[in-house]
Design a protein around this ligand. Sequence first.
Ligand code: GLA
Length: 430
Amino acid sequence: MEAMVLSGLALAMALPSMALENGLARTPPMGWMSWERFRCNVDCQADPLNCISEQLFFEMADRLAEDGWRELGYEYINIDDCWSAKQRDAAGQLVPDPKRFPSGIKALADYVHARGLKLGIYGDLGIFTCGGYPGTMLENVKQDAQTFAAWGVDMLKLDGCYSSAEEQAKGYPEMARALNATGRPIVYSCSWPAYQGGLPPKVNYTILAEICNLWRNYDDIQDSWDSVLSIVDWFFTNQDVLQPAAGPGHWNDPDMLIIGNFGLSYEQSRSQMALWTVMAAPLLMSTDLRTISPSAKEILQNRLMIQINQDPLGIQGRRIVKEKSRIEVFLRPLSRAASTLVFFSRRTDMPFRYTTSLAKLHFPEDAVYEVQDVYVGKIIGALRTADNFSVVINPSGVVMWYLRPMELPLQPWHVARQQAPGEGFHPALL
Ligand code: GLA
């Protein structure tokens, strides 16, 4: 008996404490978030359809539930800044703006839950939120966690405006403990690293993975291709630091998807989706789901894309090639020895024919793959590692492949197709 207890203890001690132990966000969270598209528009008189009000969230919840999003995994509907009244109530509790959220957050949570969705809310560790609403000071952490849990909230984004590095170092772990203590499963998104430059030594990704389910590392996304590119550049320039930090339960967050808005072309929208998927990023759309175009919807609802993004291994991908021709290649290893390749063009002239081979991309010798084009859907037979192939990549666009190993040695099609993919292969990472 004693021996068993001891060995259990020894085991617990031997296991590295890798992640926040709330069992949540085993794959990157998916859903919708108000900020990038709807900002802090609180003028419901001038703009009743687009202001931050319960109506907006009711309507987006309806769209998520009725337009095929929920079934694909887009389940969180997240309130961002500017939802609260300008003052806490007499008991010191955060309260929603009474004009814009007359039913209260609990009623909104009930509405969302009744549609099989989950509700996220926003807070800020500091005196004020970034938008100037009441913040969560250290002494409010417990109370606010309890308030959110009592309302039935399922995710908290805790921003970091108006607090010092010392307050953040205390407050972010404290909120993790306070959320856990409520007993309600609440996904915890921390903006902490974004306020500390996103890199060691100021940012400790081991600690982050222990307390947060996801974290904003870098600047806010804006509705432009420049903004997407600056985020992509930062994340892949720093991939040696960031890539190992991600895994089931703990993710890097390059910020919202802006697909469906005004700043991205069709090709650029496909690129954001593909690159976010390579990064194992949360898929939090910030767009008007009431008026989204069919082409933007098709990109966001691509099944194979979502399957890749949600791969259970949860390994973040990396940039493996940067060509002088301004073509870049990204690789994300997936479960069952599959993988995804993204060929990305930074060119601004014309579609570019890029020729390479899996051997050049450091795939194992003598392997054979079934390749599926993630956007076109076409299956490209049996590709051997040594075979040269070409892809044609549009300016600021991508070609994205899903690769599944076939049995070795190469078998006739009908035989190979029936065999389970070989296990245990991971393409070498640069
Ligand atoms: C910060 C965050 C954004 C958004 C705004 C709200 O800038 O990084 O994502 O939440 O605050 O004011």
